[in-house]
Design a protein around this ligand. Sequence first.
Ligand SMILES: Cc1ncc(C[n+]2csc(CCOP(=O)(O)OP(=O)(O)O)c2C)c(N)n1
Ligand code: SF4
Length: 540
Amino acid sequence: MERKLLSGDEAVALAALDAGVALGTGYPGTPSTEILEAFGDLGGHARWAPNEKVALEVGLGAAYGAARALVTMKHVGLNVAADPLFTAAYTGVTGALVVVSADDPGMASSQNEQDNRRYAIAAGLPMLEPADAQEAYDLFFDAVEISERWKIPVLFRMTTRVCHSKSVVVPRAERLARRPAHFERDIEGRVMVPANARPAHRRLRAKLAEIAAYAEEAPFNRAEEGDRRLGIVASGVSYFHAAEAAPGASFFKLGMVHPLPLERLRAFAGTVERCLVVEEGDPVIADALRAAGIAVESKPEMYRFGELDVARVRRIVANDTSPEPTPPRGKPPELCPACPYHAAYAALKKLDCIVAGDIGCYTLGALLPYQAMDTCVAMGASLGVGLGLRHALPPEQARRVVSVIGDSTFVHSGITGLAEAVYNPPATGHVVLVLDNGTTAMTGQQEHPGTGRTLEHAPTTKLSIEGLARAMGVPSVIVFDAFADPAGFERLLAERLAAPELSLIVARRPCILAAADIRNWEKLGAERRAAEACRAQSEE
Ligand SMILES: Cc1ncc(C[n+]2csc(CCOP(=O)(O)OP(=O)(O)O)c2C)c(N)n1
Ligand code: SF4
């Protein structure tokens, strides 16, 4: 029997391949990024989208066309994709649509630790949650089956530990063949005007009731008999922590966290003296069980924050609310010594700018030695927040406001903010600084539409940030290498801050860690283009 050592992310990629997924799409974000990269490496059709909303819509389109589609994102990405997600629950799909939400309890690399199990409840979608790589592999097939059987998108929740921990995976001997794609017209089912959406909502609730009945029987939800004095309900990695913290206890291991198998859980709770829900993040399962009249204990509030581990679960079992030991503070992260961003931040600091920042490697400009970023909320927020500050502050302060955004983030969600800047320009003007290092550095150097290369680094049409800004009507657009000429950049920034118009500066220089690879891919791309041109000529 074949055995592979895989991370949870790699297991999902392999499962997607073995389950005949025709298209994988998503936007990078730790801890989900490796899924699409691995899917591409395995030969799957994998694509980076400009953002999560577009990724979900592309996946949905493929699933309307009867194909199986995989969409990946980190937890906050689901906020971006939430608009189509909620209505996709109404329209359903023809093929299969599995949406991976990789949550980050403890915020190893995120701006919040939102618990996306709440999205399953809010959107009315089934959600599966694997506990390790083998289960990630196995449950992916269940997700595809549920999606096809009930013609519904399925959420697949993973967490940092499950995404990144490696364990042995035994793949299936037989792969699923790809579904033949085809289009069937279904205007009432797919066009969500109110008259169609009203019955669609009822259909969704009926599907969910059927899926709840299925969850009562499904083997991925299982009771494990043990000592009757303590029964633990758990899912995801919490199950393994609890199994180690309370060996011998009775367990109810959930593979599906929405809808819950309430009757089996009620029966389980009735067989144990004390029934405790061990879950990372919000008390989602505990609240649902209590709302159904099932008497369970939830963890104390202090364990809502951060990841769980075996030691913390032991404390939960003992109902220990004494202060927890504080982990030693590590060395704060900093920009690489030769990072192209240094010159930009030196100028922003020197000119005492009020910086509406954004998310990427460049967020490190908020830390020492520069401390030259004043806000950072969500991807793309630098534009809107900067404009709001410009509108509200007295002119002498407003003139110091700069929106700072990376190239990948600009394409992800900065473009609409720039439209707002053009449409409602502040009286003092505004300065948008796009730090273009030619990659998505923060998540491990992924491509995006502005790099002109696909997920596999093959050449494609390149979105020009400066061309786009000019076409949108930004009056002053300048491309500058701040690293090569720091003094010139400082002069330019001072001049643009003083101008009562909208300026967009693209500070362009490759990330030092990505530069060699970029050169290599550019060279390979040029060779490929030349070979294609040659072939085309010889065929003429
Ligand atoms: C909605 C959302 N999706 C994904 C992420 C993960 N993420 C944070 S910043 C970023 C892009 C960073 O790239 P870029 O803007 O080019 O800046 P760089 O890291 O290269 O400096 C990504 C993918 C996130 N925080 N929020
Ligand atoms: S990885 Fe690249 S962008 Fe990030 S700090 Fe280092 S040089 Fe700068």
